[in-house]
Design a protein around this ligand. Structure first.
Ligand code: PRX
Length: 698
């Protein structure tokens, strides 16, 4: 049995379960068993890290994990201050490592870590590495959209570029606490811009370059930036996207709302569009290449308090406009660095590639800050993973000898559909750890990722976390535990997940319910920008005493956590969070739309798809033309990624007598679970349901 530790173990004899369970307990220290195909439950399938991997791992056993975890929750101040001491602080934090009020019944929610500590995250990402002998280590390998060329920056070159931009921004009057909006694709200038802001204490707000002009304007109006940084265009796959044009439209919109932008720093992304073809407004628009390189390559750091804001990142909620999630400096720094190190078992020789865009939290914490705080070499890819064909990712893996590959289940599923031949034509021998994020990874995609991409050799870190949490919350530590395909396994150090029932009572042991967290962790967001009340209402009031994640979760008999998806009106499309309310409000802004209700449906590749029930204005005929124009409205108002997959014509919507839309019924109709509609007698007009069913496939 000892030998079986080296691989995935399959046992077919159910009757040997108890023997296996006790053997597994002896070998791994776990009360768990290895499973076989004949067993009904996915809970019993264990995949062990191989011995060689565990031997070299930072956390090589469940015992070590438990030891560290125990200290992290029993003595969080000691645990985290020991780690924080490894960073550079101009001045150490005050007496208490952290202070928190996590309970709305006691008072306002307040979280502080390392308060009084004076530091700078850019200094810790760059100068600290340069000074400790990593000056010539590659910080970024950049792979452009078109295969065949590449670029790179060492840590000292990156520092110089960052300093030049920081000096430019300072010269233009950007000061500590000022906001800077960054609307860039995955070119090296994106992390450069983030780090330059951090260097001078400015608060960056990166807006994913797939968002529409209207979404960009909304964010500009909310955070009122001193400068907007963009580029003229980007090529993704065979498509050119004129980003500067989108920014121009956003500026018109934001001016209507009283916010005008004085400086739009524009990088000329020559491979996508020449500057001559770019629309220009003299006085406001400035070419990056014309000004930034003229500035000095050194720039004094603005030392900031650990609790000074680092960035704002807008994310979708179940109601209203997007929320500006605010992260501060010190705790976020310590947390992203530590989670990166342990969850990927990071070693200085690793080459790390995360396919996420810096426009999302994953790109903040695990393209830029977490890896660079560890002095890692990061791969950044401008293009699309299926261009020129579905083998592109593995081509890049071989080219840069990537050792850690971190991606989203939606990409795994789409590459899985493309076929194994695109994978096996590449060596992928350099890979040693795989990672997944953004949505639950279904066991079959997990197994394909593990067996085909990782040649059954690389553990998968299925990391559960959120924009709000700043870093990993529930994640495998790849050398420590056997994994279960589809489970995010166990909490990271310092994280105390709890599962509560509808009334907010904690449930112990094997159970399902709402996933909450007890007490704070250093990377937690501190507020919603300009709306602390919404912060408390959304996250801390539903289950007083806890942070409520918005996710459902199950804990199995062995204590493994299984995320089951959002329990609020948020849809997760290809790992992108979209509020149903946002899509609905875009739809109803269409002059021919009277009413809309949006629900999520299962989607083979995207995880969830967007399904919209739409009632048109009286007298407007339901036509293909209107359908297309409704979809276009959503693309224009939010972005292409939020376009509905299906528009279901609805002469009426199922509402209670008080006028509340019964989404439960709409979800069942959307997923065609027509025999599970439940009680429809409380509807104001039950015949609406029949009409909707009749129109289902039109
Ligand atoms: O529903 C969970 C899902 O993504 C949500 C957070 O989305 P966002 O803030 O955009 O951050 C995405 C990247 C961290 C969560 O509430 N989610 C994220 N990771 C996982 C996941 N669901 C299951 N398993 C995961 N590993």
């Amino acid at each position: 049995f000892q030998n079986l530790k080296t691989t995935t173990c399959h046992f077919r004899h159910v009757e040997s379960m108890s023997t296996l369970r006790s053997l597994a307990g002896k070998v791994t220290g776990l009360n768990a068993v290895v499973l076989g195909e004949a067993l009904a439950s996915e809970d019993d399938e264990l995949v062990f890290p191989n011995d060689d991997f565990s031997r070299q791992a930072l956390v090589p056993s469940p015992k070590k994990y438990l030891e560290m975890y125990k200290r992290s929750v029993e003595d969080p101040a000691g645990f985290w201050s020991d780690i924080a001491s490894q960073f550079c602080w101009k001045q150490k934090w005050g007496q208490s490592v952290f202070s928190e009020n996590f309970d709305v019944r006691v008072g306002n929610i307040k979280i502080e870590w390392f308060k009084g500590g004076i530091t700078n995250i850019c200094y810790n990402c760059l100068d600290r590495n340069v000074e400790s002998g990593n000056a010539d280590k590659i910080a970024i390998y950049w792979e452009p959209n078109e295969p065949g060329s590449q670029d790179s920056l060492t840590y000292s070159q990156l520092l110089q570029r960052v300093c030049q931009l920081a000096n430019y921004l300072k010269d233009k009057g950007v000061k500590k606490g000022d906001a800077v909006v960054i609307y860039l694709p995955m070119i090296m200038e994106l992390p450069i811009a983030m780090l330059a802001c951090a260097r001078i204490g400015a608060v960056h707000s990166v807006v994913f370059a797939g968002f529409s002009a209207e979404s960009l304007a909304q964010r500009i109006v909310d955070c009122k930036p001193k400068v907007v940084i963009t580029c003229n265009a980007v090529k993704r796959g065979s498509k050119v996207i004129p980003l500067k044009d989108i920014v121009d439209v956003a500026f018109v919109e934001s001016t209507k709302n009283g916010i005008s932008i004085d400086i739009c720093l524009t990088y000329e992304n020559e491979s996508a569009m020449k500057r001559e073809s770019t629309k220009w407004q003299e006085g406001r628009d400035v070419w990056w290449q014309d000004v930034v390189p003229k500035y000095p390559t050194t720039c004094a750091v603005e030392w900031v308090d650990a609790e000074d804001p680092l960035f704002l990142l807008y994310t979708s909620g179940s109601t209203g406009k997007p929320k500006g999630v605010l992260h501060t400096t010190g705790g976020y720094m310590v947390y992203t660095a530590t989670t990166f190190k342990y969850a990927f078992d990071y070693k200085p020789s690793d080459i790390y590639w995360c396919t996420a865009d810096c426009g999302w939290i994953t790109g903040h914490s695990y393209v830029t800050y977490g890896p660079m705080l560890n002095g890692a070499t990061v791969v950044i890819f401008e293009g699309a993973p299926n261009y020129p064909d579905s083998g592109r990712c593995w081509d890049i893996v071989d080219k840069f000898k990537v050792t850690i590959f971190y991606t989203a289940p939606t990409l795994v599923r789409s590459l899985m559909r493309a076929g194994d031949e695109y994978v096996i034509r590449y060596s992928r021998k350099s890979l040693r750890v795989l990672g997944s994020v953004g949505e639950p990874i279904n066991p079959s995609a997990w197994r394909w990722f593990f067996n085909v991409v990782g040649d059954s050799r690389c553990p998968i870190s299925d990391t559960w976390w959120q924009t709000e949490t700043g870093g990993f919350m529930i994640t495998p530590l790849p050398g420590a535990w056997p994994q279960k395909p589809g489970s995010a396994t166990f909490p990271f150090f310092g994280v105390q997940p709890v599962i509560v029932d509808e009334k907010g009572a904690e449930i112990e042991g094997e159970c399902s319910g709402y996933l909450c967290v007890k007490s704070s962790w250093p990377g937690a967001f501190r507020t919603l920008y300009g709306d602390h009340e919404r912060y408390e209402t959304t996250y801390f009031k539903p289950f007083p005493g806890y942070y409520f994640s918005g996710d459902g979760c199950r804990r199995d008999k062995d204590g493994y956590y299984w995320l089951t998806g959002r329990v609020d009106d948020v849809i997760n499309v290809s790992g992108h969070r979209i509020g149903t309310a946002e899509v609905e409000s875009a739809l109803v802004s269409h002059p021919q739309c009277a009413e809309a209700a949006v629900v999520g449906i299962e989607h083979e590749v995207k995880g969830q798809g967007i399904y919209a029930f739409v009632t048109l204005v009286e007298g407007v005929p339901y036509s293909e033309e209107v359908r297309k124009s409704l979809i276009l409205t959503v693309r224009n108002q939010i972005g292409a990624f939020a376009a509905p997959d299906k528009i279901h014509w609805a002469p009426g919507l199922p509402k209670t007598r008080s006028g509340k839309i019964m989404r439960r019924i709409l979800r069942k109709i959307a997923s065609r679970q027509l025999d599970e509609l439940g009680d429809t007698s409380t509807l104001a007009d039950p015949s609406v349901v029949e009409q909707l069913i009749a129109l289902a496939d039109r």
